[in-house]
Design a protein around this ligand. Structure first.
Ligand SMILES: [Zn+2]
Length: 409
């Protein structure tokens, strides 16, 4: 397991934070540092057709080791880390034989990783944890996924007795800013289906995510001296408030779970003259999603009839869609992953994602792509950690999926 740990630590130490303000791909130059290294590492373990394009998308092939007609499958992870928290000077700490007690990440700032707050920790008693030093994130999201894919490919190369078809591997930039799939060349990848290794706890297997849209509503008011405003003033502050009050009060992030959708208004800027409201719409169900968009338009229409046309303007932009629609017709790709886990004594945890993944975008680009655990917890902040045993399990799942795909044909 030591080479898995070493590889992971080598990767997380390279800062690859992405930047939503940038228009380039990759969004930050520093992502090239790890990208170039990954190309060399893929060659070093014996992968073929290792390529990197102008946007730092890396692809590689593990050729089939049998003449049988087996579908080409792929594994994908991203090498950027979130802009939400520092990824500079990451100094991972290794805690062997974890005893189930508080882990002091940084004494100076009193950063403590405690099972009182993060009770998931208790699942990993006796295991080896990799944590941060309290000053950065760890980057297990998604360098755990990258490490696992490379280790699994290396294992297959060293164990030719395990028969498999052609396997494709891809590493992408800029997933954390929602662009990981944007410049992904599905045709060049050439797989019938793939898996992103980008989930959390051991057993996670996901093929449902939100349908998602961004929302902007603008209100145009009329400012008049308040003393002489009767029948003249139109107050955009009050219009925005009224609009908000007409949205279903229980369909908000803090009151929903599972497959329940919501409206989330995260910003309101309001003056008498004008107001602007920004938010997001989320729903797993396609009809529910359309109904939510319909409700926004309907309320806006009512306002415009009441106050005069064009007082309220609505902009709704679709962001991504539930991959379930694209995965259900090819359900065997989920079955294979599930079977792989069961054969390794891992209980599959199948639940809808309350977010999106690169896999959902790829699924709509013609590459059905469920998501599998990579092992880490508490992503995007200083409490991020990953048990080494979970990463090892993910390696085994990848190997097993390759094996089972060859057996099913
Ligand atoms: Zn990720």
């Amino acid at each position: 397991m030591q080479h898995l740990i070493d590889r992971f630590i080598r990767y997380v130490k390279i800062d690859t934070q992405s930047d939503p303000e940038s228009d380039t791909t990759p969004s930050t130059k520093k992502q090239w540092d790890l990208a170039h290294k990954l190309v060399l590492d893929l060659m070093e373990i014996g992968m073929q057709e290792v390529t990197i394009d102008d946007h730092a998308y890396i692809m590689a092939t593990l050729p089939a080791n049998t003449d049988e007609d087996i579908p080409v499958i792929g594994f994908i992870s991203h090498f950027d880390t979130t802009p939400d928290y520092s990824g500079t000077n990451i100094n991972p700490r290794i805690i062997e034989d974890y005893d189930g007690r508080d882990i002091v990440l940084d004494r100076k700032s009193d950063m403590i990783l405690s099972p009182d707050y993060f009770d998931d920790l208790l699942m990993y008693k006796g295991q080896t944890l990799i944590t941060t030093d309290g000053t950065t994130l760890l980057g297990a999201d998604d360098k755990a996924g990258i490490t696992e894919i490379i280790e699994a490919m290396s294992y297959l190369i060293q164990h030719p007795e395990i028969k498999h078809g052609k396997i494709r591997v891809a590493f992408t930039p800029d997933e954390e800013i929602g662009r990981g799939a944007h410049k992904f060349d599905v045709e060049k990848f050439g797989a019938e289906w793939a898996y992103t290794m980008d989930g959390s706890q051991v057993g996670e297997l996901e093929y449902e995510n939100f349908n998602a849209a961004g929302l902007k509503v603008t209100f145009t008011g009329k400012s008049v001296h308040p003393g002489y405003a009767k029948d003249k003033m139109v107050n955009a502050v009050l219009m925005a408030n009224k609009f908000l009050s007409l949205l279903p009060q229980n369909e908000v992030p803090e009151k929903t779970e599972g497959r329940e959708g919501f409206f989330h208004i995260y910003k309101v800027d309001a003056q008498v003259e004008s107001a602007c409201m920004e938010g997001i719409i989320r729903d797993h169900d396609k009809d529910g999603f359309e109904a939510r968009k319909g409700l926004i338009h309907q309320i806006a229409g009512d306002f415009n009839r009441k106050y005069g046309s064009e007082v309220v303007k609505v902009e709704i932009k679709d962001q991504y869609f539930n991959m379930r629609e694209k995965v259900e017709p090819v359900m065997h790709i989920v079955d294979i992953a599930e079977q792989a886990m069961r054969e390794l004594d891992i209980e599959p945890i199948i639940k809808p994602i309350r977010g999106g993944t690169d896999g959902s975008q790829l699924s709509y680009m013609g590459l059905p792509c469920p998501n599998i655990f990579a092992g880490g917890h508490n992503f995007h902040g200083p409490y991020e950690y990953v048990p080494v045993e979970s990463m090892q399990k993910a390696v085994e799942v990848i190997v097993k999926i390759c094996e089972l795909t060859a057996k099913r044909k």
